[in-house]
Design a protein around this ligand. Structure first.
Ligand SMILES: C[S@@+](CC[C@H](N)C(=O)[O-])C[C@H]1O[C@@H](n2cnc3c(N)ncnc32)[C@H](O)[C@@H]1O
Length: 285
């Protein structure tokens, strides 16, 4: 059963600095009560018409999505685990030899217990949970958390098996890690902080540009890395653009390189058999 922990929501969530407050528009009056509850959580308001500019959430038959009101024809941003490219990959079956799975060390039994400290739209966490890992997701941005919680709820209703292994927390991962309940809880901690968007790149799809506008850059990612290094029982995995500098200048133990991204792996505790961290094709730094 999917668990959504909305612990200390008002205290722990990062205020949406880049957006004053994100209004919610409803497709039909039947969504009013739900929209009002969400508006209270977000400190925003429910509108019956789309604003002429800025970003807004929209609640309707297909759940919650984020709209760019300056570009009304653009595709909205929605968390959808069963549709689009992610759904296609899920139906085809995720593979343990994918870069993230190798960086996390998804093999053997039991599989690593993972904290996705920067959950975002939940794609990486969903892949790891689909491969059998228990994954806790932390998302501190209130609007992103709302979108993700909505996507997880719909996927649970659709009966996607991975959802039983996913638990969403509405809090800052650094705070989560210093909660005594988290001690010894995670074998692997995954970080994928926001980095400055590649300017005008056609590779960045419009819904993702909207995501960048909403969240901005995670300037405190180095602090989160320090927290993660002090708590992960086995390793910390940091997702970076392929040619980006190391996060906070910290040199990883090894890395896995794809065409556009790199996973830097920081081994926090040497395993008894060193071969277990030397999968085929890895590149030692
Ligand atoms: C690049 S996105 C992550 C995308 C994600 N890996 C995916 O597969 O969809 C980064 C997200 O991490 C969140 N974040 C950054 N630092 C955080 C922290 N310390 N605690 C919780 N969430 C954090 C941001 O709000 C943002 O939504």
């Amino acid at each position: 059963m999917l668990t959504i922990v909305a612990k200390r929501v008002n205290l722990c969530m990062k205020p949406a600095l880049s957006t004053p407050s994100t209004p919610i528009i409803i497709e039909h009056l039947q969504f009013l009560a739900e929209a009002e509850m969400l508006a209270t959580q977000l400190g925003s308001q429910v509108l019956d018409t789309r604003p002429s500019s800025g970003v807004a959430l929209s609640l309707g038959m297909n759940g919650l999505c984020l709209l760019d009101c300056d570009a009304p024809r653009d595709e909205p941003l929605r968390v959808d685990f069963s549709g689009g490219a992610l759904g296609f990959r899920q139906r085809a079956g995720f593979r343990r030899d994918e870069l993230l799975a190798r960086a996390v060390g998804v093999k053997g039994n039991p599989l690593p217990r993972v904290l996705d400290a920067t959950a975002g739209l939940g794609r990486d966490a969903f892949m790891l949970a689909s491969l059998g890992c228990e994954v806790t997701l932390c998302e501190r941005h209130p609007v992103v958390h709302a979108l993700l919680a909505d996507g997880l709820r719909r996927a649970t209703e659709q009966g996607l098996a991975a959802l039983s292994r996913m638990r969403l927390c509405a809090e800052d991962a650094a705070e989560h890690l210093f909660d005594p309940a988290s001690l010894g809880a995670y074998d692997v901690i995954v970080l994928d902080p926001m980095f400055p968007e590649r300017s005008k790149s056609a590779l960045v799809k419009k819904p993702m540009r909207l995501f960048h506008v909403l969240v901005g850059v995670d300037e405190d990612a180095g602090v989160l890395l320090d927290c993660a290094l002090s708590r992960a029982l086995r390793r910390v995995v940091v997702k970076r653009p392929l040619h980006a500098e190391y996060l906070a200048g910290r040199v990883p133990t090894l890395d896995y390189r794809g065409k556009a991204v790199r996973f830097d792996v920081y081994v926090t505790k040497p395993p008894k058999n060193p071969l277990t961290i030397s999968p085929f094709n890895e590149k030692r730094v």
